[in-house]
Design a protein. Sequence first.
Length: 166
Amino acid sequence: MCVLFSGVGFAQDDADGLPEFEAMVEAPYGEPPAPELVDDLARDISSTLRCPVCQGMSVADSTSPAAVAFQNRIRDMVAQGYTRGQIEDYFISRYGEFILLEPPPEGLNLVLWVLPLLMAGLGIGWALTTVIRWRNEPDDMPLDSDLGLIEKDPYEAQLLAELEES
């Protein structure tokens, strides 16, 4: 019984395992590109998408079966005239923003982009103020010309006198 029902939730819409993109996005915005440009455009788009199997690799760089299916789907969509935005929206609707190798800086992503810059700026500001304070502090040690005005310690005076005698 379990064997019969195990495949119910895994039905695929096509041979690649991806649903028909015509049902997922609106019609292509423009005319299809020239056939010699399709592969270049598809490679460019697939280099911005993360392979769902490989860690940190783009779909264009991966050879996993999932990445090959993605590459074929992207090539088909480009050949039909879908734009980069439509293709990315299609994959984002299926897999979330994680599918993008470089998600747009908004929300938590914006914080992750801005926080290091803010911390670096604060660190540089702190270092500059510390250096300025050091430079403006008066020296605690008296100058040679001021030695006559300062009362000497009796022990120090005795040592200096003995040194002068010898």
